[in-house]
Write a new protein. Structure first.
Lengths: 776, 622
């Protein structure tokens, strides 16, 4: 108990820093060009600040020890391949043995070794269809065995006529054999006639550098790169029907050849990512389906684009590797951390969309430039160990890249950062003392055992099928269990899964879970773009209000859609909607003033002025006008809850030019109503120094005036033609007039005000001066 | 009052040195403060925080630690000597070599009978405090590694010593080490570096609190020798600790310039078991906080940035009073500048030399004045023997005689006839009270030098005088005290003047009394005897005795209002105190014969810019 208190005290300044660092409490208007400028002018070091809040890399753990070669040039590992599920891998060492590991237990399950004198020349793969392992020894002997078989020598063997480069097998595809001279065979067809002759595809001095195998829904492709006299080529061997395509890679600076390749398939295109020793990461995209180009023709030059230029410090990179994680993230090992000096032993995750460093981790010991990725784990040999590092991140968005997601938006510090449920509070209390006593070891264990991905995945699956009540319960439990820092990656996933289920299934909707997720403040509109529209569709206006309040990046079209829905809602319905109590109490106190004294304090009364203006015309007209205007001035034109919702709209960030076209879609009745409401607000505000008095969330006077101007801009001609709008327009006109009068008065004393400004300037006094002062 | 030509001087490169050690005597409410150049200062906290005594430093006598024993003050330093000070005559009384290498710390038991010092060679040496001196008694068990900090248990039976990487507890009777508490090193790169226990506090409930170079404040159980709690306070060093008298509050000073408060409270309301909880953080320093004192109501801190900061604890004082205001003391409470009124010369006093400057002539526009500087060297060889130590010097108006206030409250008169000076008289007051013009004690005994007899005694006032001057024409003595009171005493009539009585009767304006720096200099206008010129650090004031005194309700700082009024109305609104705040951080304000003012400023920014770089701190987005 006591511990928690001290911890809180310690944390205090950090939190304060956070909020001051994030430009203002009020929602900033989102101006794209500006944001981009500051984004790209930033050097990569400063972007590491975001990484702390995103925590994409979890604490790693050791899978096994290594026996690196004497010269320390190779790690002693030939390959790590996926086995039956995400928790099993097959590790082949560079000499004789193959070991099967259960990753989460960090434990070998079984191991096979070839006889002394023989060596394994390619890493063993697992054929999930037949549940067999395939490996090649001494270049030509293909060995196939099952998990029960203990002795490798007694397993099936077949000798082929040419040296094998590698055997590839990925889930959903058949095993394929790539020969050193470039020929490709399906394993089955090869085994049916092992001694069949193998053709030579590659030229005399051409050697394979790297290869992989990709299976798309329609096609299996073997990709390999070769080097010939400093030129690099990419071969795309499609299977069934077999076609081969050859591309030439553009030359980098002379003498530089790619350090690592990584291929991924996306949208029927294969993305090849390759890293050069100068830190440049290029991406080339080739279609999976061939162009129908004839085989053997002149190699096409492969178009490339520079994806990242990594800072490399001094000298070129020697052992480094880049691995595609998803369409926006790349894991790089063996490249220095931009803010940690020259050491190259770092594992970093870069966002390629925004060129920002998302996470970095120092790896102790030598890096061999090897990196594998299976499901959400990275496997890195470094020093004398093979480490497993789980990773995770939220869907890439500008807001998250900028670190804007966790922004505390308003002055109200009381806003909860997590869900205020009993469950949560109880769990938190338990969690705190636990944390203080646990040792480093238990912490790593806990992390590795309950890797958040597991529980997350479980719930994601659950959401797709389970009934509403169960989903709500599970989400609540999950949210309460996770500590706020670790929430961010999973919240986005949860929300999008919930939303997509709700969109597919009209009977499924979980308002409370969604509200809880929005309340975490880890969501933004770009992570889950359908959420607001879904809420509108299901008439969940409370959720709409939350989204408007917490999302920094709601597009103007969606804001407008909300506005339309709110303003067209009948007041009777609106009163049934539950809304944020803060907004309600603000509006209540504002409306309570309706019955207050009529006298206007700051000597500013539009009614008075109207009368004086129209004195020449005649008293009767003035009275008429007073009658016409009085009700709109004194009584709020919309109901309490509706007003609260509209206030939320007023406080969202927007850009005039994007909002204006959408505003034009509003009907004139709605515009009129909204304008009347705005006028009501304006009058209330100008009566006295009322607005921010209570520290409640409320629109500012400037926001109100901006909206009035926008509405008038969008609908002026229509309003002029509408007879009901006449009184309103005249009123607004009188406001403007009074404003103009004020400004002109201010203009008169402008000179004096400027003098005041000048007085503030302090003269720089030198070491010695002679001045004259006067005492009275 | 009219226009003044002001020589605005900013070339006095006065540079205070860093604060190294502090000791607060809660009985007499006096703070002893040692600076890096060996100078010692005594502040009287009961008397408006007035800096009442200054003992200049000496080369090679850097003070590392201070300790009060009753009214006696001891210091120890890296030269390996223990010094006791003569606070009457403002000089070291004697020094004792400890023969243990440099001394890092000194501490006396609460009974005031024993003095323990921690030495570089790993010994804790005990000295017996005798009436007139101290005498070596014995060594405690010798340890490997230096003793950096010491703290006695209030009972006087145990003593805790902070060392490298550990804390030792000694039995003070037997001299045996009873406990060894290992202090954990810092994490990361500093793992290989030894951790230094900079400061240690032994509480009466046998709790030991330590502050170390790894940035930790640790709380230990002194009975079992176990660690109770660790609080990481800073990335750098925790240099100083201080505990309040009732042991309910503790402060720790860090290299980042922060002072962190811990309080002994129950962490949840209504529970009985109390523990040390980190409560507040004060950041009033830009550099290391080297010394701390926890008074009844405030935290006093000082360090590399040379400022002495008194930060009241708002739960101990009444809010919005003078007592609750933060005080920063940078400039000395005495005048280091002397001005030759006729010749237009300025003499600047530095710790080891003097600078003499000639003021320039204005070309009428107030810019590009010419100033000449030359260094002055004193010939001290030919001075008479009796004139070896002087606190204050004064020349007679015709420059024929020199008066020096000397030790034992005497004033020595020397005739200055060329080519050598000759000792004439020693004036001794009958009582043992000292005069020593500005330097302390509450009675003032001006003497008439013509008859060489005691002329009269000015009545005693409870607060210390901060500035005194005798008017050249009217022979009125004007004295300003630390509590901001002003007295004018006629030496002719031997009584307070009419004006002074009126001032006392009506009382000074509250805004005048609320100022937090003392008046350091009193001067007169040679052309108008009714004008008295006073200044403190933030303003100077010309008192026109012919004008009415300000009432309690009249606006006190009224120069701006008067400026805007037309000429005839000014007289109605003006009062005796003409205050000018155009010049700040004043070291001297004086009126020359040609009716022009000299203002010597020392902007704090200039002092700040000469300080060494503070420890690096990570700021957002750097």
């Amino acid at each position: 108990m006591n511990k928690t208190i001290t911890v809180d005290v310690l944390r205090e300044p950090v939190r304060a820093n956070h909020s001051t660092g994030l430009a203002g409490a009020e929602k900033q208007r989102f101006r794209w060009p500006l944001t981009f400028n500051c984004l790209f002018s930033r050097d990569p070091t400063s972007s590491t600040f975001f990484s702390s809040s995103m925590a994409a890399l979890y604490e790693g753990y050791t899978l096994c020890g290594l026996a690196p070669a004497q010269n320390l040039l190779s790690s002693g590992i030939q390959g790590v391949e996926a086995e039956r599920d995400s928790d099993h891998v097959v590790v082949t060492d560079s000499t004789r043995s193959v070991t099967l590991y259960k990753v989460s237990d960090q434990k070998p399950l079984s191991s096979w070794t070839v006889k002394q004198g023989q060596t394994l020349t390619c890493s063993a793969v697992y054929n999930s269809q037949t549940k067999e392992y395939v490996a090649v020894s001494d270049g030509k002997v293909i060995r196939i065995w099952k998990e029960e078989e203990i002795l490798l020598d007694k397993a099936f063997k077949a000798t082929v006529s040419s040296d094998v480069w590698r055997v590839h097998c990925v889930a959903g595809g058949e095993p394929v054999v790539l020969f050193q001279r470039g020929a490709v065979r399906l394993l089955d067809s090869l085994l049916s006639a092992p001694q069949q002759s193998i053709e030579e595809i590659l030229a005399q001095e051409e050697v394979i550098r790297w290869s992989t195998n990709i299976v798309t829904e329609s096609q299996q492709v073997v990709i390999f790169t070769t080097e010939q006299k400093g030129d690099h080529f990419l071969y795309l061997q499609r299977l069934n029907p077999n076609t081969l395509q050859r591309y030439r890679l553009e030359r980098e600076e002379p003498g530089l050849s790619p350090l690592s390749f990584s291929a991924s398939c996306r949208d029927k295109h294969i993305c090849l990512l390759y890293l050069y020793p100068n830190g440049h990461v290029y991406q080339s995209v080739v279609p999976v389906r061939g162009l129908g180009a004839d085989e053997g023709a002149q190699a096409l030059l492969m178009p490339r684009s520079l994806l990242l230029a990594l800072p490399i410090g001094e000298g070129l990179l020697e052992a480094a590797s880049a691995q595609v994680l998803d369409d926006a993230h790349v894991a790089v090992v063996g490249v220095p951390h931009p803010s940690a000096g020259a050491g190259k032993d770092f594992l970093c995750i870069w966002n390629t969309n925004f060129q920002t460093l998302q996470a970095g981790k120092e790896m102790a010991g030598k890096i061999y430039g090897q990196l594998w990725r299976y499901s959400n784990k990275l496997f890195i040999p470094h020093g004398k160990t093979l480490s497993v590092i789980p990773y995770e991140w939220p869907k890439s968005s500008l807001a998250s890249a900028l670190g804007k997601l966790r922004q505390a938006k308003t002055e109200e510090s009381k806003a909860p950062t997590s869900v205020p449920s009993w469950n949560n509070i109880l769990h938190e209390e338990k969690a705190h003392p636990l944390r203080t006593v646990e040792t480093r070891k238990t912490r790593t264990n806990r992390k590795s055992q309950s890797a958040p991905s597991l529980t997350n995945d479980h719930i994601l699956e659950l959401i797709k099928t389970a009934p509403v009540e169960e989903v709500q319960k599970e989400v609540e439990v999950l949210l309460s269990r996770m500590d706020v820092q670790g929430l961010q990656p999973s919240v986005g996933q949860l929300a999008s899964t919930l939303v997509s289920r709700s969109l597919d299934d009209p009977t499924f909707y979980t308002p409370s879970s969604l509200a809880q997720l929005v309340h975490t403040r880890c969501l933004c509109h770009s992570v889950c773009p359908d959420l607001v529209l879904l809420a509108l569709e299901r008439k969940d206006y409370f959720l709409c209000q939350l989204c408007l309040q917490f999302f920094p990046d709601i597009p103007e079209a969606v804001t407008c859609a909300c506005l339309k829905a709110f303003i067209s809602m009948p007041d009777v319905d609106a009163e049934k909607v539950s809304v944020e109590p803060d907004g309600v109490s603000f509006m209540e106190s504002l409306m309570a003033r309706e019955r207050g004294p009529l006298g206007l304090q700051n000597g500013f009364s539009p009614i008075e002025m109207d009368r004086s203006d129209s004195l020449g015309v005649g008293d009767t007209r003035a009275e008429d006008k007073e009658k016409a205007t009085t009700p709109t001035v004194q009584i709020c034109p919309v109901g309490l809850h509706k007003a609260v919702l509209l206030n939320e709209i007023l406080q969202t960030a927007y850009s005039d030019s994007f909002l204006l076209p959408h505003l034009k879609d509003l009907s004139s009745q709605h515009v009129l109503l909204f304008l009347q409401y705005l006028q009501f607000l304006y009058l209330k505000y100008s009566q006295d120094a009322f607005p921010q008095m209570h520290g409640l969330r409320s629109p500012s006077l400037t926001q109100i005036m901006d909206w009035v101007c926008l509405l008038l801009d969008a609908h002026f001609t229509v309003l002029v033609m509408t007879p009901e709008a006449k009184g309103l327009l005249l009123n607004l006109h009188s406001f403007v007039k009074s404003q103009v009068r004020l400004v002109s008065e201010l203009g008169k004393i402008e000179g004096s005000l400027q003098e005041l400004n000048k007085m503030k300037v302090k003269k720089d006094v030198g070491q010695y001066s002679i001045e004259v002062i006067e005492l009275f | 009052m009219g226009e003044f030509k002001v020589h605005r001087v900013r070339f006095f490169d006065y540079m205070p040195t860093a604060i190294r050690a502090m000791a607060f005597n809660s009985r007499t409410e006096r703070l002893a403060l040692a600076r890096a150049d060996g100078a010692l200062e005594i502040f009287n906290f009961a008397d408006n925080y007035f800096q009442e005594k200054v003992i200049p430093g000496q080369d090679g006598r850097a003070v590392e630690a201070l300790c009060w024993v009753g009214q006696r003050l001891f210091s120890a330093g890296l030269n390996g000597e223990i010094t006791e000070y003569d606070l009457e005559n403002l000089r070291p009384r004697y020094t004792v070599e400890a023969y243990g290498g440099p001394i890092w710390t000194i501490s006396s038991n609460s009974q005031g009978t024993l003095l323990a010092v921690g030495c570089e060679d790993g010994t804790v040496k005990m000295f017996e405090i005798l009436e007139e001196r101290i005498q070596f008694q014995r060594n405690l068990d010798r340890q490997k590694g230096r003793i950096i900090s010491l703290s006695w248990h209030p009972s006087g039976t145990l003593i805790a010593a902070g060392m490298m990487d550990m804390i030792r507890i000694f039995d003070a009777e037997t001299g045996r080490a009873t406990h060894r508490l290992l202090v954990e090193r810092g994490v990361g790169a500093s793992k290989s570096k030894e951790v230094v226990v900079w400061s240690i506090v032994f509480l009466s409930d046998h709790t030991i609190v330590s502050g170390d170079s790894a940035g930790k404040v640790q709380i230990w159980d002194g009975v079992t020798g176990t660690l109770v709690r660790t609080q990481l306070v800073t990335k750098w060093d925790v240099l100083a600790l201080s505990v309040s008298n009732d042991e309910s509050s503790l402060v720790a000073g860090t290299s980042e310039g922060t002072v962190v408060q811990f309080q002994f409270i129950s962490s949840t309301v209504g529970q009985q078991d109390k523990e040390w909880v980190r409560t507040r953080t004060f950041k009033n320093h830009s550099h290391d906080v080297r010394a701390l004192a926890h008074t009844e109501t405030a935290v006093v801190s000082g360090g590399m940035d040379t400022q002495l900061v008194v930060r009241p604890l708002l739960d101990k004082v009444e809010k919005n009073t003078q007592e609750s205001a933060l005080r920063k003391m940078t400039l000395p409470h005495r005048s280091l500048v002397c001005c030759a009124k006729k010749a237009g010369l300025l003499l600047f006093q530095f710790p080891d030399h003097l600078e003499l400057w000639r003021l320039g002539e204005s070309d009428g526009h107030g810019d590009s004045p010419l100033s000449v500087s030359f260094l002055f060297s004193l010939q001290v060889s030919k001075l008479p023997k009796d004139l070896r130590s002087a606190h204050q010097l004064c020349f007679s108006p015709d420059s024929s005689k020199l008066f020096a206030s000397s030790s034992h409250s005497s004033v020595i008169v020397v005739a200055l006839n060329q080519p050598e000076c000759k000792y004439l008289h020693t004036l001794k007051p009958k009582s043992g009270e000292s005069e020593s013009n500005l330097q302390s004690n509450n009675s003032k005994l001006p003497m008439s030098c013509v008859c060489l007899q005691l002329h009269c005694t000015v009545p005693v006032y409870s607060s210390c005088p901060t500035a005194i001057a005798i008017h050249p024409t009217t022979s009125n003595l004007v004295a300003v005290h630390a509590d901001q009171q002003i007295f004018e005493f006629s030496l002719v009539q031997k009584e307070y003047t009419e004006w002074s009585r009126k001032l006392q009767k009506q009382g000074l304006h509250s805004l005048w009394l609320e100022r937090d720096t003392p008046i350091t200099h009193v001067a007169f206008n040679p052309q108008n005897p009714a004008h008295i010129i006073l200044h403190d650090t933030f303003m100077f004031c010309i008192i026109d005795q012919s004008l009415p005194l300000p009432e309690a309700k009249t606006p006190f700082y009224n120069q701006m209002t008067l400026r805007s009024l037309p000429e005839p109305q000014r007289i109605i609104h003006s009062h005796a105190f003409k205050i000018c705040k155009n010049f700040q951080h004043l070291m001297c304000v004086s009126l020359l014969e040609d009716h022009s003012l000299v203002v010597v400023e020392r902007p704090l920014l200039n002092i700040m810019s000469q300080l060494p770089a503070p420890v690096r701190q990570k700021k957002f987005a750097t």
